[in-house]
Design a protein around this ligand. Structure first.
Ligand code: M6R
Length: 366
């Protein structure tokens, strides 16, 4: 059942080219690049007139939601908030009838997310679900939604669900952005074409696995890790750190790279490795100088860079090269080597990768 892989997690990481195919199937027209999500089409006016979108989620789904925030704000120009479901539900939040609450949950059974959905419905908001498990409680409790269709995820560490969630959010943003007239034709076509090619891009990025496995061997000694990214890849850094924490039991923190100088850089020494995401985007130069600052304090740097990058390569101790696509989709690509890094470090440390201590696949109690 693990398809020849030693763990479900590795199987699920390798499934991603195919799960992305399933996720976009029937939703993007390969000839016209047009994106169609029935859950949006059926409620077009709700989306066009939404005053605000509030994402509610936990864990990895919350990280995907932070990317969703960036996608929706930039493509649809609708203000977005991202809430931990557990905080949202107990805060007596302000929810209005022209708000859309998007509940993101792989299992569709997370107790806090389900409670947030119920609260939002009572307040009269329109609730949209992004779930994986068909017919799950959250999928049933929402007004509309889009499944991510990535198939059963068995490993406790979420991998293919995360990339599926971000893929659905990108399609959602494009579909709504077009209806609202907030996205240019050129950008719409660029991103939807990149989504259509994403399965091949995922095949491509998976080729880094042997190299990441070698890197992991070098870093099993570490007790702490920092993950840095900016813009779309700040949430990717948070997600990379969560993967490492939950399966290897190594303490890891994700930060927006520029925040380091506001405190955390004091932690840096030769024992505190940094994973820095420095793929080409509009903050590349800034990230490059943040990396220099860490290097100057004796930190070891593993940089995720674009193929052919020269600048960050010079300051990094180790590099992982990834293919480059539209900036807003880079978290999907970059998350793959981070999943693999966490996986191999956990394996070398002899951890129970698929069922880490103290964790359950779905958190059905609050
Ligand atoms: O099923 P959900 O997406 O609602 O689950 C939310 C979190 O419990 C989940 O993402 C958790 O953080 C994962 N173990 C992360 O890998």
């Amino acid at each position: 059942e693990k398809g020849g892989y030693p763990h479900f997690m590795l199987k699920e990481i390798y499934e991603q080219p195919r799960t992305i195919v399933d996720c976009i199937r029937g939703r993007i027209n390969p000839d016209t690049c047009e994106v169609k999500l029935s859950g949006v089409i059926d409620h077009r006016d709700r989306f066009v007139n939404a005053r605000r979108i509030i994402f509610v989620a936990c864990g990895t789904s919350w990280h995907a939601s932070l990317i969703g925030e960036h996608l929706v704000e930039s493509i649809c120009r609708i203000p977005v908030e991202v809430e931990y479901a557990s905080e949202f539900r107990y805060r007596n939040p302000i929810i209005r009838e022209d708000d859309i609450v998007v509940a993101v949950s792989q299992s569709g059974e997370t107790a806090d997310t389900l409670a947030a959905v119920e609260l939002a419905r009572k307040a009269g908001a329109f609730v949209f679900g992004i779930c994986n498990v068909v017919g799950s409680s959250i999928a049933r409790a929402t007004d509309s939604g889009a499944y991510i269709h990535v198939g059963p995820e068995i490993g406790v560490a979420s991998t293919k669900a995360f990339t599926g969630q971000v893929t659905v959010m990108a399609m959602l943003a494009l579909a709504v952005g077009r209806e609202r007239g907030t996205v240019t034709e050129a950008y719409y076509n660029e991103v939807s074409a990149a989504l259509l090619h994403l399965p091949e891009t995922m095949e491509e990025v998976l080729k880094v696995a042997p190299q990441v496995a070698d890197l992991a061997k070098i870093f099993t000694y570490a007790h702490n890790f920092i993950y840095l990214g900016r813009g779309y890849n700040y949430p990717t850094a948070l997600e990379g750190a969560l993967k490492l924490k939950e399966i290897s039991y190594i303490h890891a923190e994700g930060y927006p790279a520029a925040e380091m100088k506001h405190g955390p850089i004091a932690l840096i020494d030769a024992e505190m490795p940094t994973v820095a995401i420095a793929t080409p985007d509009h903050t590349y130069e800034k990230t490059a100088s943040n990396i220099e600052e860490i290097k100057a304090r004796g930190g070891k740097i593993i940089a995720v860079i674009a193929r052919g990058d020269e600048q960050v390569r010079r300051s990094a101790d180790f590099v992982i090269e990834v293919p480059v696509i539209a900036e807003c989709l880079m978290p999907i690509v970059v998350s793959v080597p981070l999943q693999l890094l966490a996986y191999y470090i956990a394996v070398y440390k002899g951890r129970n990768v698929d069922q880490p201590r103290n964790l359950a696949k779905s958190v059905t109690v609050e």
